[in-house]
Design a binder for this molecule. Structure first.
Ligand code: F6P
Length: 559
């Protein structure tokens, strides 16, 4: 850690923000009316993204103090520390270099970290991934019976699943015809069973994706799938005269930082793609963890995806904070959480292809910033990580938007939309995408400006139901638009949220790159597995509630 962590509550800016909060009476209608420049002042461009922050509950003074806060906690120094490979992940003593995964091959300045030529390493693995992807796409790589691969099943969990699933769903129009991806993550046996049920083992390739290659769910699912593959091949006679390991070699590859464990599992290390401990799981979709994407979407799309990340990295690294979109959005989140009392943050993509984006962001943001001690181990005295959630529009409008519009809680929301649809459609005279966009615009407008009691009355509403029909407005939203959801734009969006998360973590003084909070449950699950299997001694050591639940299970399980 290069510098001492600054407690944000001890800064002058924090005190100023507190007093600005006390004096603030949110009035977006008034603020827009009295400041014709508001939209222009608060609209920004980051790579290909257009970002409008004007419907947030901020004034010029608040923004100025948020920027001062960034200065007082040393955001720019921390940013430099991250990009240059300092060990800012202090509890694991690691560099945090996901930004190196998308640096161009011919970067003018080489990046050497801990004696390692990072650019050379990254591009060596990428070349291997692309070669492999090309061989599967062309049919040169076949299953053990010589058939072309039609389905690639990624077995992984957390960062080894959520990113690949989300990106595959988002970029489906770019997938090669005749080649599909599927994903198995949950240790619930239903997940693997349902995913492979209609697949042909002869045309299925499995990618076991695990940074550590020690994750219970992934290794269990990998063994289950290996058994499914061998049973399937055996039962249709495809294995006659062949060894099991020949079939496994043709149908299983791996992605991991632990290539020794890959070999121990029975996968030929030459069919394994590596990455490094300076890539956090939730920051790894642009590493070899994206192999499934490079295969199904193709190396060209994957390259474009990486270039999108890099464009946003460059924006974040080089733009002054007052114009720096990830910095501004991260600081706004701090304002919303620590001064306006927001507990959650909605992300609402108006694009069906982004339907897994909120789920992806949940790991990115909440595993990163769900911390109660600082990077120096001190208990924090302020709120940190808010809950991220969301659903694609317009589905959410008919479900939970009621609470965002009229509930008692403040729920900042990011709305994401694209000018060009993937499926231009008309309903008679109506362009359906335009109708969709009208909904996106209507929601942010209604949330910001609301509807007064007088406006409700003017519609002839009976007096007794006027209060129920009033919209207070002043509900903060950010609008993010781009021309089209391309691989590059998706990379930009992901990098935007990575850096927003980083900015929040810096202000809060926490280590956004470890995840110790997931460990206890993993340890206990292993212990409890024995009790669930009927070990009376282990059962007797449990608390009474756990004993009782296991007792219920043992009593009710069909023999
Ligand atoms: O348990 C949490 C976690 O460590 C995540 O951070 C990670 O993305 C996931 O598990 C999967 O880990 P691995 O890629 O090592 O299997």
């Amino acid at each position: 850690m290069s510098k001492h962590i600054v407690d944000p509550t001890t800064t002058g800016a924090w005190a100023e923000l507190k007093s600005l909060r006390e004096d603030l009476s949110p009035d977006l209608r008034g603020w827009f009316a009295t400041d014709p420049q508001r939209t222009e002042k608060l609209s920004f461009t980051a790579a290909d993204l257009h970002v409008d922050l004007s419907k947030n509950l901020i004034t010029d003074d608040v923004l100025a103090q948020l920027l001062k806060l960034a200065d007082e906690v040393g955001l720019e120094d921390r940013r430099t520390a991250m990009f240059s490979g300092e060990h800012i992940n202090v509890t694991e003593d690691r560099a945090v270099l996901h930004t190196a995964l998308r640096r161009p091959k011919d970067a003018a300045e080489k990046l050497t970290v801990d004696g390692q030529d990072v650019d050379a390493d990254v591009h060596e693995v990428l070349a291997k991934v692309y070669d492999f992807a090309d061989s599967v796409r062309s049919g040169e790589w076949t299953g053990v019976t010589g058939k072309k691969i039609e389905t690639v099943v990624n077995i992984g969990i957390g960062g080894s699943d959520l990113g690949p699933v989300m990106v595959y769903e988002a970029l489906k129009p770019y997938a090669q015809q005749g080649l599909q991806a599927r994903f198995i993550s949950n240790i619930d046996p239903t997940d693997a069973a349902e995913t492979v049920a209609d697949l042909d083992p002869e045309t299925t390739l499995f990618i076991v994706a695990s940074k550590t290659f020690g994750t219970l769910e992934t290794l269990t699912n990998a063994r289950v799938c290996r058994a499914w593959l061998l049973d399937g091949l055996r039962s249709n006679g495809a294995l006659e005269g062949k060894e099991d390991n020949e079939a496994v070699a043709a149908h299983f590859v791996a992605v991991s930082t632990a290539l020794d464990k890959v070999e121990a599992f029975g996968i030929d290390p030459k069919n394994a793609f590596g990455f490094w401990n300076w890539v956090g799981g939730r920051y790894s979709v642009d590493s070899a963890i994206g192999t499934v994407l490079a295969i199904v979407l193709g190396p060209d799309s994957f390259e474009e995806f990486l270039a999108g990340f890099h464009a946003m990295d460059e924006h974040f690294r080089t733009t002054k904070l007052a114009q720096n979109v990830p910095a501004l959005m991260g600081l706004l989140n701090v304002w919303n959480v620590n001064f306006l009392g927001a507990h959650t943050h909605a992300v609402l993509p108006y694009d069906q292809y982004l339907h897994r984006f909120p789920a992806y962001l949940q790991q990115l943001t909440m595993e990163s910033n769900g911390k109660g001690v600082t990077a120096e181990g001190k208990q924090v005295s302020y709120q940190t990580g808010e809950v991220f959630w969301g659903e694609p529009g317009t589905n959410g409008q008919h479900a939970f938007y009621q609470l965002i519009h009229q509930g008692t809680r403040i729920i900042p929301a990011d709305f994401i939309a694209f000018a060009n649809p993937v499926h231009p459609t008309r309903d008679g005279e109506q362009d359906v995408h335009e109708l969709f966009l009208a909904n996106f615009l209507a929601q942010t407008k209604a949330l910001a400006f609301g509807k007064t009691a007088d406006e409700v009355r003017a519609e002839g509403t009976a007096e007794n139901i006027v209060p129920a029909r009033v919209f207070t407005g002043n509900r903060p939203t950010t609008s993010i638009m781009a021309s089209k959801l391309t691989p590059s734009v998706l990379g930009q969006l992901i990098a935007l949220y990575e850096h927003i998360t980083f900015v929040q973590g810096v202000v809060w003084g926490i280590d956004s790159f470890d995840q110790w909070g997931v460990e206890l449950g993993k340890q206990l699950a292993l212990q409890l597995a024995d009790a669930v299997a009927g070990d009376r001694e282990v059962l007797a050591q449990q608390d009474s509630s756990t004993q009782s639940l296991i007792g219920y299970y043992l009593e009710h399980r069909a023999q």
